[in-house]
Design a protein around this ligand. Structure first.
Ligand SMILES: Cc1cc2nc3c(=O)[nH]c(=O)nc-3n(C[C@H](O)[C@H](O)[C@H](O)COP(=O)(O)O)c2cc1C
Length: 483
């Protein structure tokens, strides 16, 4: 198998949607859909009237039409438009959801992941990937099943240590269901809480077998790479070795967290992976995080890597899901040389550092952020914890402060916490508007390395395509690269 040498990194939520991933894969690089929050994204696209009909077209290919019909009947609004923002509240997942709610949530998770991959694969035979975050524990199992049902070729997973996922993929490929362990903060090691996903709860007659996609683990240290390769429940087919300059969430620095005078986490030599040691592991690997320079592709390949994973350059191209106005506003700051990227130590409820693209009118600005009344209504990033009574509780540092503290959360974690669930959906034009008329504000995430982006827009202009990105990445010394 010739793995691709350029991977368009998965970018949530909905930044690398099916349109971007498809456009990249058609050109022979690997397009990767973001698997984050696809369930609510499908619901909101249907509530906005599914004007181009793509959601309903893909749902028409779903293997169980009674499920597809139910989803359309429940969520589709024929009078919806891109101006519709009074979206329905989809109940957050809990382990004790009522059976009918759990079934409804599983149906949307499976169908939405199916839809996104089905559309990204439509009309060509090249591989397509999907990216999940391990930290988002509860929807991952049905989501992976939905993506496999549509024939996804690669599954990428980061933001955690997804030891169980290769085994889940193996089970699905044999036509079986999966059990998985749920991490409960404060639970003793021998108190194991298990989640279960059985495809028959969603599809009347699931296929007897499914193609097993490659599983690629996103790691930021040699130790984590070794852990995944030696302890995972199934085969790890490759690694993305991600540097802390990458967009999105980053691994925290090793050791005790220290902040520099700007308030950003201080990374040291221990945080840079020794690529020579990774080569010794004998698995294909790609380098991500500031590897979008013209020479990156040829250099990484000549040093023994399979290639590069690139995010930021693709995030701002024409085909990405980001709102055009946001793209343009940020690109103007890049062109002017005034763009700022800030690695925020505590903006993300996950507790991981998160890269913010600083931009007026977005939640990177404290006056915009302070206007939002804290509220958790989607719950992807909630932490599950053991309550003093021994039950399972749910908390998020971006929820109502009093409620968070009452649930044992630390007040200082709420000071800067942003509701990423709502902000990231606002980035792609799916922000919620409430009865109070407050509309959720966006929050950009961008990688630190902006020089390549500046060079690209100087050459092509602010409105560039994924093809321009690929040509740019291949433009110097790519002899021997296979894409
Ligand atoms: C807008 C944006 C969103 C991202 N979201 C995710 C994500 O959901 N999951 C993930 O594993 N990586 C995410 N990333 C990281 C990219 O997949 C990629 O690894 C990274 O951007 C590479 O570094 P670069 O930005 O310097 O090219 C995101 C990056 C950006 C720019």
């Amino acid at each position: 198998m010739n793995h691709p040498s350029i991977i368009q990194g998965g970018m949530g939520a909905g930044v690398s949607d099916w349109k971007l991933a498809r456009s990249v894969s058609v050109q022979g690089a690997l397009g990767v859909v973001s698997g984050t929050a696809l369930d609510i994204i499908l619901v909101r696209r249907l509530e906005q009237g599914d004007v181009d009909g793509n959601m309903r077209r893909a749902l028409a290919a779903f293997p169980d039409q009674s499920v597809a019909d139910r989803i359309i009947k429940t969520w589709y609004r024929s009078d919806g438009t891109s101006e519709t923002h009074d979206f329905s509240n989809v109940p957050p997942r809990r382990l004790d959801n009522k059976p009918e709610t759990a079934k409804m949530l599983d149906e949307i998770a499976v169908a939405s992941n199916f839809v996104e991959i089905w559309l990204a694969k439509e009309g060509h035979d090249n591989p397509v990937g999907i990216n999940y975050l391990e930290k988002i524990q509860l929807p991952n199992a049905p989501s992976i099943y939905g993506a496999m049902l549509a024939g996804v070729d690669y599954i990428f997973m980061g933001a955690g240590i997804p030891l169980e996922v290769p085994g889940i993929i193996d089970a699905y490929s044999r036509g079986e269901g999966a059990t998985f362990q749920i991490h409960i903060e404060g639970a003793a090691k021998d108190e194991i809480t298990q989640g279960v996903f059985d495809p028959r709860t969603v599809i009347a007659s699931p296929p007897a077998t499914l193609k097993r996609p490659f599983f690629v683990s996103i790691v930021s240290s040699f130790i984590l790479a070794v852990t995944m390769l030696t302890r995972a429940s199934g085969k790890v087919d490759g690694l993305i070795v991600e540097h802390h300059t990458a967009g999105g969430h980053n691994a925290p620095p090793r050791g005790v967290l220290q902040l520099d005078n700007k308030g950003e986490p201080m990374y040291g030599p221990k945080d840079t992976v020794d690529y020579a040691k990774i080569i010794g592991l004998n698995v294909p690997f790609w380098l991500g995080g500031s590897f979008s320079k013209k020479e990156s592709l040829s250099e990484t390949i000549s040093q023994g890597a399979q290639g590069i994973q690139v995010g930021t350059l693709f995030a701002f191209c024409r085909e990405s899901g980001l709102m055009p106005t946001l793209k343009r506003k940020f690109l103007e700051t890049v062109r002017a040389g005034t763009a700022i990227v800030f690695t925020h130590p505590s903006a993300s409820p996950t507790g991981y550092p998160f890269k913010l693209g600083v931009l007026d009118g977005t939640l990177s600005e404290s006056e915009v952020y302070k206007k939002r009344t804290p509220l958790c209504n989607m719950g992807y990033l909630r932490e599950l914890f053991k309550t003093p009574e021994g039950t399972i509780g749910y908390r998020c540092s971006a929820e109502n402060k009093k409620a968070y503290v009452k649930k044992g959360g630390k007040l200082e974690r709420t000071d800067e916490a942003r509701c990423l669930c709502n902000a990231l959906l606002a980035n792609i034009g799916l922000g919620m508007k409430y009865a109070s008329s407050y509309l959720e504000e966006p929050l950009l995430t961008v990688g630190t390395h902006l020089e390549s982006l500046k060079e690209l827009i100087q050459q092509v202009g602010l409105d560039y395509s994924s093809k321009d990105v690929i040509l740019f990445l291949k433009s110097k010394g790519t002899v021997g690269a296979k894409i």
